[in-house]
Design a protein around this ligand. Structure first.
Ligand SMILES: [Mn+2]
Length: 507
């Protein structure tokens, strides 16, 4: 319903004969009627929906998955559902374009969860053999209504009945929709609310109130993910273990990356292979940045050479079928050993990371992590004499008038991590930056130092060196657990890791 429109080539339209239609619809073994087993995440998704239900009593809540997005002409990008939809249904990889979760208020309180989607079409339908986008002949069978119901423990209905379901008692019931997930569904909700849909999908006519209400829903759904349950923590451990394997593969492949030329792409491909094999794919485009490219924070073009003697910064994460993703950065000496100056910068970043990690404990604020790491970064730069003449450490740390050290680390130190690599993005500053750390939160700690090749303020020997170290950390009752601790991190351990993997001994 709300996937992007594809451009169809008219030369592909072959009218089928009646004989063909009858023939292709017949002669298939009957489909299994075995109930699909309930998935482990179903109970957790039910708990999450209960929390949403409690927050918005008596309201109809509309959470679309979103549709297919055209890459070019009649080909689409791989489908990825909106995170709020995945979180509240438990559906993950490839599931289900154009579907919509509706939490429908029940007269006696609470909500009924209904997934509206496009179920498997029968064999006598045109879709079965002729629909290259959704048809079973082309993309494989989709779930049936019964499949979704038994797998997820929700009610399921055909997507064609969504419009009526939205409009039911619309005057009497307040509707909210996650607008960003699907503009067309948002417009339908606007219509059901009685406003006039504008081209931006915003409501005019009634009041501006419905959009504020929508915003409130989106923020709640984003923010409620900030503390992870046990099942989610397990998924994050698995995503990190898979990411570790990908890094092992990169290390094993470094000599070949050097030999082949365009080595950053080779490294990207190795990680992508593991991501696709171990999980659903990449949680975000991998940054494979060798030499001076490491100084481009989001270097994802990955077109460069990997050269002996350089460092390669790899920032990559495997996303599982459940859509939980890791987000790890390691900066590796291509030849297996850090030079003295590379090690000096690496160890400064490591010290900053240790300071950041030490600040990860309940009661501290999220922003305390950055403050702790940043202080080390600023101190090192001050000691090395890189700050302008006369600028003291305390002056550069003054957030209002200082910040000069940020020339060499322009990004933040941490973000929440989970279904989205930058998780819980909709939260307001008071709940994110100024929010208190609580057990169950998972976040990154990832300071860096970046000396561009053309940075004339940096000492010549620093130029072209960029280092970031990033781990994924769980807040526990009494502090934190570094979930990626199995991936070597100190300069000595990184060298030993490379030596072990490349000698075939494994890490
Ligand atoms: Mn990150």
């Amino acid at each position: 319903m709300t996937s992007d429109k594809q451009v169809k080539a008219s030369h592909r339209n072959v009218p089928g004969s009646d004989a063909f239609r009858a023939f292709i619809a017949s002669g298939w073994a009957s489909r299994s009627t075995e109930p699909v087993p309930r998935v482990a995440v179903a109970d957790h998704a039910a708990d999450r929906r209960a929390a949403v239900s409690q927050r918005f009593p008596g309201e109809r809540l509309v959470i679309p998955a979103g549709g297919l997005k055209v890459r070019s002409n009649d080909t689409d990008f791989t489908f990825r559902a909106h995170t709020a939809f995945a979180y509240l249904t438990g559906l993950g990889a490839d599931s289900e374009p154009d579907s919509v979760l509706v939490l429908d208020p029940k007269p006696d309180g609470g909500h009924e969860a209904v997934v509206f989607f496009r179920p498997l079409a029968s064999r006598d339908s045109e879709e079965f053999f002729a629909d290259a986008r959704f048809g079973e002949f082309w993309v494989g069978p989709r779930p049936t209504i019964q499949d979704i119901e038994s797998r997820l423990g929700v009610s399921a209905r055909h997507i064609d009945s969504l419009a009526d379901a939205l409009a039911k008692d619309a005057g009497a019931i307040r509707l909210r929709v996650v607008r960003a997930a699907d503009e067309q569904v948002a417009r339908r909700v606007d219509q059901a609310r009685g406003g006039t849909a504008t081209s931006e999908g915003a409501t005019s006519g009634a009041t501006a109130e419905p959009n504020e209400a929508d915003e409130e829903l989106a923020r709640f759904l984003s923010g409620m993910r900030i503390v992870k349950d046990e099942w989610e923590i397990g998924e994050m451990r698995r995503a990190i273990a898979a990411t570790h394997q990908g890094f092992d593969a990169i290390i094993a492949g470094l000599p070949e990356a050097v030999r082949k030329g365009r080595g950053e792409r080779w490294v990207e491909g190795l990680f992508g292979l593991y991501a696709r094999h171990e999980g659903n794919g990449l949680g975000y485009e991998s940054i494979c940045a060798s030499g001076d490219h490491a100084n481009t924070i989001h270097w994802t073009k990955n077109t460069g050479q990997v050269r002996e003697g350089d460092l390669i910064l790899v920032d990559a994460g495997v996303e599982l079928d459940s859509l939980y993703t890791a987000d790890i950065t390691r900066t590796l000496p291509v030849s297996g050993r850090f030079s003295a100056v590379q090690r000096k910068i690496y160890e400064a970043v490591l010290e900053a990371q240790e300071a950041g990690m030490a600040a990860v404990k309940p009661g501290n604020k999220f922003s305390d992590i950055h403050a702790a790491a940043n202080r080390v970064i600023a101190r090192k730069l001050h000691e090395w004499g890189l700050l302008p003449d006369g600028v003291t450490l305390e002056q550069t740390l003054d957030p209002e008038n200082g910040g000069l050290h940020r020339r060499w680390m322009v990004h933040g130190t941490s973000h929440h991590l989970g279904l989205d690599v930058h998780d819980c993005q909709m939260l307001l500053r008071k709940d994110y930056m100024d929010g208190e750390l609580r057990p169950g939160m998972i976040l990154t700690v990832e300071p860096g130092l970046y000396f561009k090749a053309d940075d004339l303020v940096a000492p010549e020997e620093f130029r072209g060196i960029g280092v970031r170290i990033e781990d994924n950390v769980l807040v526990t009752e009494d502090g934190h657990e570094n979930l990626s601790a199995a991936m070597p991190r100190t300069a000595d351990d990184v060298e030993a890791w490379i030596a072990a993997v490349q000698s075939g001994a494994g890490a």
